[in-house]
Design a protein around this ligand. Structure first.
Ligand code: GDP
Length: 248
């Protein structure tokens, strides 16, 4: 496995996401993620489905708000369990986005996407034994490096503590793989509008140095700020034709 460090590469890959949309759609589109349902938990990469279905994965520091974000994106209260023992959840959780009856209606073609959402185990708890941290590195590092199904990665960060060393290392992995990467600055309701915008601009500036293709937005699971925006990013990734990208 490649070293878990940020690398700055400018390898001219295709940017799948255009700059993040800034205004919500005039009419509320059907939510293609609302039909997500739990598929399986995997403790090892070999337990993951071996097919070519597109996947997007969510990752972030424990307690950053990843489960809450997934629940809001999918408009379900208990999809990803919000209350967990920090750092102990060492499983990759997969959620299926099935083709539903809604997909059959021509009036709402985007109501269904055949794909999977992946909830990767969180990182960053000091109390977690070394053995578990090592295991996390193998599991998540291996997934990000090798999973051919992966179309993009959402990195969840608490807006009050963004771009920690571990976040940067995570972004380094995404960058090394050449994966579309979108950052959610969660809990934006905890900051005032001006302060939140300042963090957004600062992170955007840092990303320009690290990898200009990466995108970032503010988000709040409590106020639903940014929910539609992240759904649009995910939809664009999942609907884009596979690039033929091979694992590094
Ligand atoms: P995870 O460990 O990254 O999955 O984080 P959780 O989704 O379990 O959230 C951790 C804590 O942060 C919980 O107490 C949530 O209620 C809280 N939380 C999550 N998202 C938000 C948010 O957008 N705003 C606020 N104020 N709290 C949030």
């Amino acid at each position: 496995m490649a070293k878990f460090r940020p690398r700055i590469l400018h390898h001219g890959r295709t940017l799948v996401t255009s700059p993040v949309p800034t205004s919500p759609p005039a009419t509320q589109a059907p939510n293609p993620f609302a039909h997500a349902r739990f598929l399986l938990s995997a403790a090892k990469l070999t337990q993951l489905p071996q097919d070519h279905l597109a996947e997007v994965a969510f990752v972030g520091r424990s307690n950053a708000g990843k489960s809450s974000a997934l629940n809001l994106i999918c408009q379900q209260k208990q999809l990803a369990r919000v209350s967990k023992t920090p750092g102990r959840t060492q499983l990759i959780n997969l959620f299926d986005l099935p083709v539903t009856a809604a997909a059959a209606t021509e009036a709402a073609p985007q109501a269904s996407i055949r794909a999977r959402l992946v909830d990767l185990p969180g990182y960053g708890f000091a109390q977690v034994p070394l053995e578990i941290r090592r295991n996390w590195g193998l599991l998540v590092g291996g997934f990000v490096e090798q999973r051919i199904n992966l179309r993009g990665l959402v990195v969840v960060m608490d807006i009050r503590h963004p771009m920690t060393d571990l976040d940067l290392q995570m972004l380094g992995w995404c960058e090394a793989r050449g994966l579309p990467t979108h950052i959610l600055l969660t809990k934006a309701d905890k900051l005032g509008h001006g302060a939140g915008k300042n963090v957004l601009l600062k992170v955007r500036k840092e990303l320009r140095e690290l990898d200009p293709a990466m995108t970032v937005q503010t988000f709040s699971a409590h106020t639903q700020m940014g929910a539609e925006m992240v759904r649009e990013v995910l939809t664009a990734w999942l609907e884009a034709p596979a690039s033929g990208d091979q694992p590094v």
